[in-house]
Design a protein around this ligand. Structure first.
Ligand SMILES: C[S@@+](CC[C@H](N)C(=O)[O-])C[C@H]1O[C@@H](n2cnc3c(N)ncnc32)[C@H](O)[C@@H]1O
Ligand code: SF4
Length: 363
């Protein structure tokens, strides 16, 4: 049985200039058709699914209206066996959090929130083109607590143009005061096809790698001294609130992805649904495949992926699994990027900063 289910909800209230996730701002009819298609796709896979984790990602799942969300949740409850659920996450944009929706989600069994706060500095939020203010972010956080959520994660971004070390420190300190159970701190990436990418190409925006490295180190220092465990390059958890769903990806478990642009990896095969909501919906409703990419994964590719992702976590990579790349790892150790314990390899702090380069040795 497949134990991890991802559901991609591709709608957003507005489009952020740095974001490359598949998403759109959409009208009501398109959303209704999408929900119908999604429930059919869930039905199609129901007999092979017994999810321990569900992740509603996007896009902005919380952009669905109350009635659309209600239809989706009711439909999933009727279609799938949800008796084994341990963790059910939904991504929310603070601008689309309401008390009614929060209660609906909580009562339906959703037990983890991942909220895209990004920063508590209004000037930085403006640079990012976000719809919410820091005040709305804080109100949304408390509203989710009032609805009963005891596992909230906050997304933050550093390395943003015009974001000083001081602004980042204030954002980290304010986050620590709110005490979410989990947080993700991402370094800004300039993704092809985004407005930020074009601005960087024109020289309007610039990266500052030294400042970004300082910001990464500051996050590590402030969060670790406040009781958060740095358990993956971009992720911190308090009192063992690691994301079970994301750990399943990183440690190489099978997962099924529903919705446009969603990837699945099941029994050595990987496929992706088409990244176009209208086509995804019409194909699925007509009983045709919505996949636009499929591949069979060789055992060696699966081993490489597990090694690369595993090494990014605080579980590291045990010597046995690392055996094929031993020599390259020794060289990385000599460069101060890796260190070893009795039985495993782990990234050093410097290695965290250059993790993508280290990961290349596995492929
Ligand atoms: C799907 S969004 C989260 C939910 C919601 N759509 C929102 O933006 O509030 C996933 C997260 O990815 C991060 N993210 C997106 N684009 C990024 C980029 N180019 N660089 C770094 N982080 C990015 C943001 O922190 C964002 O909260
Ligand atoms: S960052 Fe979130 S809200 Fe902004 S466009 Fe991407 S998915 Fe949508």
């Amino acid at each position: 049985m497949i134990e991890h289910l991802y559901i991609h909800i591709p709608f957003c209230p507005n489009i952020c200039p740095y974001c490359a996730f598949y998403k759109e701002t959409a009208g009501r009819d398109r959303v209704e058709l999408f929900i119908e298609a999604l429930l059919l796709e869930a039905q199609f896979h129901a007999s092979e699914l017994l999810p321990k984790t569900i992740f509603f990602g996007g896009g902005t799942p919380s952009a669905l209206s109350f009635s659309q969300m209600e239809r989706l949740l009711d439909g999933l409850h009727h279609t799938l066996n949800l008796s084994a659920i341990e963790e059910w996450t939904i991504e929310m944009n603070p601008a689309t959090v309401s008390s009614d929706k929060a209660k609906l989600l909580y009562e339906a069994g959703v037990n983890r929130i991942s909220m895209g706060v990004q920063s508590w500095d209004d000037a930085v939020l403006k640079t990012l083109g976000r719809m919410h203010s820091s005040q709305k972010g804080e109100e949304s956080f408390y509203l989710l607590r009032e609805a009963g959520f005891r596992n909230i994660s906050i997304d933050l971004i550093f390395g943003i143009p015009y974001q000083s070390l001081n602004s980042w420190r204030n954002t980290l300190e304010k986050t620590v005061l709110l005490a979410p159970e989990h947080l993700s701190a991402y370094g800004l990436t300039y993704e092809e096809g985004t407005d930020f990418f074009r601005q960087r190409s024109r020289g309007v925006m610039k990266e500052n790698n030294d400042l970004e490295a300082e910001q990464f180190e500051l996050a590590d220092a402030i969060l670790e001294s406040s009781g958060y465990e740095h358990y993956e390059i971009s992720n911190y958890a308090k009192n063992h609130h690691e994301s079970k769903h994301n750990l399943a990806y990183w440690l190489g478990s099978d997962y099924l992805g529903l919705g446009p642009s969603a990837f699945s990896t099941v029994r050595g095969e990987r496929w992706r649904n088409i990244a176009e909501t209208g086509l995804y919906s019409s194909s699925t409703i007509e009983g045709k495949t919505a996949r636009d990419f499929e591949e069979k994964l060789s055992l060696s590719l699966l081993a490489s992926e597990r090694a690369a992702f595993g090494l990014r976590t605080n579980q590291g990579l045990d010597f046995e699994k690392a055996h094929p790349w031993h020599q390259a790892m020794v060289e990385m150790e000599q460069h101060g990027l890796l260190y070893r314990t009795q039985d495993r390899w782990l990234l050093t702090k410097k290695g965290f900063l250059l993790a993508d380069t280290v990961g290349e040795i596995f492929f």
